[in-house]
Structures are given as structure tokens and as C-alpha cells.
Design a binder for this molecule. Structure first.
Ligand code: ADP
Ligand code: ZN
Length: 629
């Protein structure tokens, strides 16, 4: 019964939204028509005005002689001009015989002084009548305005591009009861707890009001894309069994000025009709960007933001509407949005940690057929930095790969393949020259050997391969045991040596003149790590403790901040010294182990991929030398 009612309510509001949207659409094209008509009116009007203007100057009865420019020059020479009045490039006046003349002249000071010298009374009228100005400027202004309007539309339409200008994006509202619950959200337990209270409130607003408790009106969910912000918002609605309205901030920028305001009003109207409910605004940064960061034409957005604030300030807690905003750029938001009574509760959803990834994998693995031999913990370990969406995608890819291989269950290799594909791009079927393959094998063997050497200081190897993928010719992957938060200076040095080991191996086995660009990625990574250690983490005794922050511009490090030129030079020298030391270290280790490195390379050439166990067996022998992990 109750449910039926709610469904009717929702259906009604969907209808109303649709109606409003189509009505607006008509208004939209009407707007264009009006602009077009006004412009047309001005152009036509101006033409008439000019036509009426011309005979007007010929009043005064006396016949008017039309003189050419050379005619004027001749008349000047012969001192036949008695008066001349110049307006723009039209000269009118009387000749010495009393006849009126009219001529088009070039505005030339020299000519004017000549005429004046000939004894004529010259009067220059620079002022145009205001109607004249109107006639010239209004159409131009209208044109500019119109073009500006169109461009705004293009910018607003974003990826939709030109095609969307004409069709005017309606507020997309997804609505309805959702079956999603907290059980569908894995790995973010603490975030779930933080929003539990909201669920309680939506279920029983009365209880909270009786207590006089202030319940947040807005929650801001921030976090990387794919961390489950939408999912969590939906689950809140599902848990509380209230309708869920979803829209996106990017839908509020239209080409019609004032549209955003109207749309905000509209969705809040709808929310009020359906309260208690959740109103979810994805990409809220699209409307709520800090004002100082606005570019020139963002008055419209500011109005939209103001309207949002007005709506949020306007409704009382007993309305039972919870607005949930989502963003991956909370730092960009206007602080006005975060004030009490607005989005005063902030929940930051981190990328899942090891345990979180394990839970998310478990959740989706339950719905799939996965071979018993597969260890999900290993997959979780090898997916640092993956979001929930990435993990779901990984399992999907694996399933596709398994299907492609006609397997009944998803095997370990399917997951490996899926993971490598997500990490590095699809496998390359590049045909490599035999010597390139040989060089790659030694390069990777170098990385692997030094990794094993430093096994007590760094994450264990996962595997080494010479199968090219993405931009890399081969790789050695490491598996972080846990989510490491800091590194000791010795660990940094070890990591650097491992990174430099590829290039070092090329030198040792092929000679200094045969080294390749293949170490590009290693060198970039090593430079980054060294710079970080020296300028941010204060690990260098030479540079000392002061952080030398690098100014960011467009997401790239642009300049050294708070560093004198001298310091900057010292930093450069220290970076070089650390990297050289790492390179020397790697070279020494490899030279001592030449024979083993060669065996590793040979095995790689034979089998293309070596697992951690296989590598350790070759390097350490059967009797595995104990490692602390
Ligand atoms: P966001 O809104 O943060 O960009 P979404 O909520 O749209 O991310 O996540 C996309 C999809 O990824 C979800 O629909 C869900 O299938 C999956 N996902 C993301 N995070 C999780 C999680 N913590 N638990 C389960 N699934 C998740
Ligand atoms: Zn390398």
C-alpha cells in the first residue's frame, strides 16, 4: 500500500520533470529565434535609416554638385572653395560661385591645411549623432554577444561538443527505489559507519527531531573516481528504503543563462515532493568550484551555486532530504558549500588498502567461478592503487580471458593477464629483433638479481618477464607485502640500485656503446624517488632538512620554491650523486654475480616469464636462504 503510493509519487515527479524539460527545450529554441529576429531587425532598420539619410543632406533648395576627390583638389588649387564642412569622409560646403557641393574625400591633414590655406573656412565635425553610433555598434555588439553565447554553449557542452548546442541538455535525474544496500559496498567499513547515522535519521526522522538533534543536511563524499561514492550514496538510500535521485553537476551548465538556477529549483522541488529521500549530486565541483578560480564567463555558474546554497539553507531538517555531493576534487570546492547547514559532513573515501581490496575481490569473486588454486590475497597484494571499480573490472577482464581460452573456471593466469593489462595496457604483438630480446632479457635479469640481493630491504619480486607490454619491453614486478607508508634511507638506496640494475646489466654484458633507451622508465622513476628523498623527505645530509617544495603548475613541477639558486644547484648535484652511487652499487652486485645473472637471462629467454620462486631458485639455490618475509 505504502509502496504503491510512493511509486505513484515517483512516477508523477518523473512525468513532471519530463514535461518541464520539453517545455524548456521549446523555450530554448525560442530564445535563439528572438535573438535572430532582433539582429535581422537592426540590419534591415539600419539599411532604411541610411537610405533616408542621404536625400536629407540635399535639402536647402540649391542644386548640389557632386565633386570627385580630384575635383576637390582642382577646386582647391583654383581657390574656388569658400566653405567646407567635413563629417567623416564626406565634405559639403559652398563654392566661391555660391553653388553647393558634396564630395567624398580622404581624411588627409595635408590636404586640409592646403584647403584652409586657400582661404576656405573649414569646419570639421567629428561628432556623430547618437543614432549613427547605434546603427554601427548595436549590430556589432549583438553579433559579439551572439558568438560569445554560442561559445559558452560549446564550452558548457564539454565532451558533448557542438552536437549538443541545439538540443539543450536536460537535467538527468535517475530516480527510484534502489536495491543496493551496505552489503554491496565492501572494504570501506569506517566510511559506512560514518553515514550509518544518516540512514537512521531517514528511517525515523521523528526520533531525531524529538531529541532536538541537528542532523546534517548535506554529506560530501570525496575520493578518487571509482572508489564507490555513488555506490555508497545509493546504499544509504537502499538501507533507509527511501527514493534516490541522482544528477550530476556537469548537467547544470547550459548554454542558456539562468538555466542552472532553474534546474536546481526543479530538482529540489522534486526532492521536496518525495521526501524523505536522497538527492545525489555527482561531480559537484562542476557547480561548486571556488569563486576565485572562475574564468571570465562564469557568472552563470555562480548563480547556480548560489541557488544551491539558497535551497540548502531553505529547507528544514524535518523535510527529510539529505543532499549527498560527490567529488574527486574537494580542494576545488567553494568553502561556502562546506559551511554548517550545507555540506557540513565530509566523508573521504580512500583508495582501498590491502584488506579493503581483499574484501572487494571477495565480494565480486563470490559471483564468479574462480579456480581453487587462485589466491585472492596475492591478487589483492598486486593491486596497490586500484579502486573498487578497477578491481571489479579486473575480475571481469579475467572472466573474459578465461572464456576466450575456453576454460570453465577463472584461472590464476587469467587474473595475471587481466592485471597486467590494466596496469600496462594490452600485450604487444610486436616482433622484436633477436638481439633486442636478448638485451631485454639481460636488462630484466639485472633488475631481478639485484632485487633478490636486497630482498630484506624491499618488496619481494612477483615475477620477471620479457613479454613486451604498453611502452615497456619487459618488466620485473614487485609485490608489496603490506601498504607501506614510509621508507628508511637504506630502503630508498636499495630501491634505487634495483632501478639502475637494468642499465648496469646492459653495460656489463653488452658494453657501454650498446646501451639502449630501454632504461628510460627506470631512470625517470629513480630520478623521481631521489628528488623526493632529498627535497621533500630530508634524507640527504648534504641538503639537510628544509623541504624544498616544488611549485606545481598544470600538474607538473614547474620551479623550485624557497630554494636559492645555490640550493637548486646543490640539489641537482646531490641527485646525480645518489643515482651514480646506486648505479655503481648495482654494477658491483651484478659483476660479482655475473654467472648467475647470465643463467637468469638464459632462463628468461627460454621461458619468457619467471616467477618469484623460479628466480629465487636460480639465484639462491634450492636451499632458500632465509628472508625475513
Ligand atoms: P565513484 O562514484 O566514486 O566514481 P562508483 O560508486 O561509481 O564510484 O563505483 C563504480 C563501481 O565500482 C560501483 O558500481 C561498484 O560496482 C564498484 N565499486 C567501487 N567501490 C566499491 C566498493 N567499495 N565495494 C564494492 N564495489 C565497489
Ligand atoms: Zn628496466
Amino acid at each position: 500500500m505504502q509502496k504503491q503510493k510512493i511509486k505513484e509519487k515517483i512516477d508523477k515527479s518523473i512525468e513532471q520533470t519530463k514535461e518541464a524539460v520539453t517545455k524548456k527545450r521549446r523555450d530554448g529554441s525560442l530564445g535563439y529565434l528572438i535573438v535572430f529576429l532582433i539582429m535581422l531587425a537592426f540590419i534591415v532598420g539600419r539599411a532604411f535609416y541610411q537610405r533616408a539619410d542621404n536625400p536629407q543632406s540635399a535639402e536647402a533648395g540649391a542644386p548640389v554638385v557632386e565633386l570627385s576627390f580630384s575635383g576637390i583638389l582642382d577646386a582647391t588649387e583654383n581657390k574656388q572653395i569658400s566653405t567646407m564642412e567635413i563629417q567623416g569622409n564626406t565634405a559639403t560646403g559652398t563654392l566661391s560661385d555660391g553653388a553647393k557641393y558634396k564630395a567624398t574625400i580622404a581624411y588627409d591633414p595635408e590636404l586640409l591645411s592646403k584647403i584652409a590655406a586657400s582661404g576656405a573656412a573649414v569646419k570639421i565635425d567629428n561628432s556623430k549623432s547618437w543614432t549613427d553610433h547605434l546603427g554601427t555598434w548595436v549590430p556589432i555588439l549583438m553579433g559579439i554577444l551572439f558568438i560569445w553565447w554560442i561559445f559558452r554553449g560549446i564550452r558548457g557542452a564539454g565532451a558533448g561538443g557542438l552536437g549538443r548546442i541545439s538540443q539543450y541538455n536536460p537535467t538527468k535525474i535517475t530516480t527510484g527505489k534502489t536495491k543496493t544496500t551496505f552489503a554491496d559496498v565492501a572494504g570501506i567499513e569506517s566510511e559506512k559507519k560514518e553515514v550509518m547515522e544518516i540512514v537512521d535519521f531517514l528511517k525515523n526522522p521523528k526520533k531525531f527531531q524529538d531529541l532536538g538533534a541537528r542532523v546534517p543536511r548535506g554529506i560530501l563524499l570525496s575520493g578518487e573516481p571509482g572508489t564507490g561514492k555513488t555506490l555508497l550514496a545509493r546504499a544509504i538510500a537502499g538501507e533507509a528504503n527511501v527514493p534516490f535521485f541522482a544528477t550530476s553537476g556537469s548537467d547544470f551548465s547550459g548554454i542558456i543563462v539562468g538555466l542552472g538556477v532553474a534546474k536546481i529549483k526543479e530538482i529540489f522541488e522534486m526532492a521536496k515532493r518525495n521526501a524523505p529521500c536522497i538527492l545525489f549530486i555527482d561531480e559537484i565541483d562542476a557547480i561548486g568550484q571556488r569563486r576565485s578560480q572562475h574564468s571570465f564567463n562564469d557568472q552563470d555558474r555562480e548563480q547556480t551555486l548560489n541557488q544551491l546554497l539558497i535551497e540548502m539553507d531553505g529547507f528544514q531538517n524535518d523535510n527529510g532530504i539529505i543532499v549527498i555531493g560527490a567529488t574527486n576534487r574537494p580542494d576545488m570546492l567553494d568553502t561556502a558549500l562546506l559551511r554548517p547547514g550545507r555540506f557540513d559532513r565530509q566523508v573521504y573515501i580512500e583508495l582501498p588498502d590491502l584488506a579493503g581490496r581483499r574484501e572487494i575481490l571477495n565480494l565480486y569473486a563470490k559471483k564468479m567461478k574462480i579456480a581453487k588454486a587462485v589466491n585472492l590475497q596475492d591478487i589483492a597484494r598486486g593491486t596497490t592503487g586500484f579502486s573498487g571499480a578497477d578491481l571489479e573490472n579486473l575480475l571481469n577482464e579475467a572472466a573474459l580471458h578465461a572464456a576466450g581460452a575456453n576454460r570453465k573456471e577463472i584461472a590464476k593466469e587469467d587474473l595475471e593477464e587481466a592485471r597486467d593489462k590494466t596496469l600496462m595496457g594490452p600485450r604487444k604483438n610486436r616482433k622484436m629483433r633477436a638481439e633486442d630480446i636478448r638485451l631485454t632479457a639481460y636488462h630484466e635479469a639485472g633488475h631481478a638479481f639485484v632485487s633478490v640481493h636486497y630482498r630484506d630491504l624491499t618488496d619481494p619480486i612477483h615475477k620477471a618477464t620479457i613479454i613486451p607490454r604498453g611502452r615497456s619491453l619487459g618488466m620485473v614486478q614487485h609485490l608489496p607485502i603490506d601498504d607501506k607508508v614510509s621508507l628508511t634511507v637504506a630502503e630508498v638506496r636499495a630501491k634505487l640500485a634495483i632501478l639502475m640494475a637494468g642499465r648496469a646489466a646492459e653495460e656489463i654484458f653488452f658494453g657501454a656503446d650498446k646501451i639502449t633507451t630501454g632504461a628510460e622508465g627506470d631512470i625517470a622513476a629513480a630520478t623521481r624517488l631521489t628528488r623526493y628523498a632529498i627535497t621533500v623527505a630530508g634524507l640527504s645530509r648534504k641538503i639537510g632538512l628544509p623541504a624544498i617544495n616544488q611549485v606545481m603548475a598544470f600538474g607538473m613541477r614547474a620551479a623550485l620554491e624557497n630554494a636559492s639558486e645555490k640550493t637548486a644547484e646543490a640539489v641537482d648535484a646531490e641527485v646525480k650523486s645518489w643515482m651514480n652511487a646506486a648505479h655503481d652499487d648495482a654494477s658491483k652486485i651484478l659483476s660479482r654475480g655475473r654467472r648467475v645473472v647470465k643463467r637468469l637471462a638464459d632462463e628468461l629467454l627460454k621461458r619468457e616469464t619467471l616467477t618469484r620462486e623460479e628466480i629465487e631458485e636460480i639465484v639462491l639455490g634450492k636451499k632458500k636462504v632465509g628472508s625475513r618475509r
